[in-house]
Design a protein. Structure first.
Length: 249
């Protein structure tokens, strides 16, 4: 996960019909428990999967799944995930809330539990929660990824680490098989980074300045926040040992 600065709210989420639905939700939620049992839950067929919302995901999240950091040519290929569940009994009033909408791969969306754990998760768009520093990312040579809370007392970081581990590695036979493709792509990118760094070091040592600069640009691009699997790739030992800090945006 990377820290994300969320931009301006898409105008499609200001639809008056949405506000009408939210007013009905507020009225429903204000009912006494017994009255709520017999009342009809408000329903809305208004879509939040609109062009300007998806374009905002491309702008703010660089067309990446906020959980796996897998990048797509455009965010139309991804699900829209609700950080807090939009289900009744949870947070239906946040169904159209811009701050609650996130781009997510379908598999990651399905793997994330519908019920939020006690203490919730780290929010990459919250400036008070640094997902790049509060989680320790570890990428193994076989493409397996591990996530640990830097502070064992930080319940949000622990919950987020457990969620990321489940999404990347699975937690039963079927999900471990299903997540193998994600691990394959991550491992492929890791091999590419390693080869680029080795080639960059060689050309730097030989004084091949032009090729050195070409490779430097490629390394900066592949490790950029705009690229796939940023934090996992930056956790590689060769990145930490051999690259100067200015290589990382």
């Amino acid at each position: 996960m990377i820290n994300v600065t969320r931009g301006e709210k898409p105008t499609s989420l200001d639809n008056p019909a949405i506000q009408s639905y939210l007013d009905k939700v507020a009225s429903y939620n204000s009912l006494e428990d017994d009255d709520r049992k017999i009342a009809k839950q408000p329903k809305s067929n208004i879509s939040y999967r609109n062009f300007d919302v998806l374009e905002a995901f491309a702008r703010d999240f660089h067309s990446k799944c906020y959980l796996t950091e897998q990048k797509f040519e455009n965010p139309w290929a991804m699900d829209i995930e609700h950080f807090k569940s939009k289900a009744f009994g949870q947070f239906p009033e946040l169904k159209y809330e811009w701050a609650n909408l996130y781009p997510c791969t379908h598999d990651a969306n399905m793997a994330k539990p519908r019920n939020e754990p006690n203490g919730s998760y780290l929010d990459p768009c919250d400036p008070n929660e640094d997902v790049e520093e509060e989680i320790i990312y570890t990428l193994m040579s076989n493409g397996e990824s591990y996530f640990d809370a830097k502070d064992s007392q930080n319940i949000k970081a622990k919950n987020t680490s457990a969620l990321l581990d489940k999404i990347h590695n699975g937690d039963d036979f079927d999900s471990k098989k299903k997540t193998a493709t994600l691990r394959f792509y991550i491992n492929k990118k890791a091999d590419e980074v390693k080869e680029l760094i080795m080639s960059w070091q060689y050309n730097k040592l030989k004084g091949n300045v032009t090729e050195e600069k070409h490779l430097e640009r490629k390394i900066k691009n592949i490790l950029s926040r705009k690229s796939d699997f940023t934090m996992l790739l930056r956790s590689l030992s060769c990145v930490k040992q051999y690259l100067p800090k200015e290589f990382l945006d």
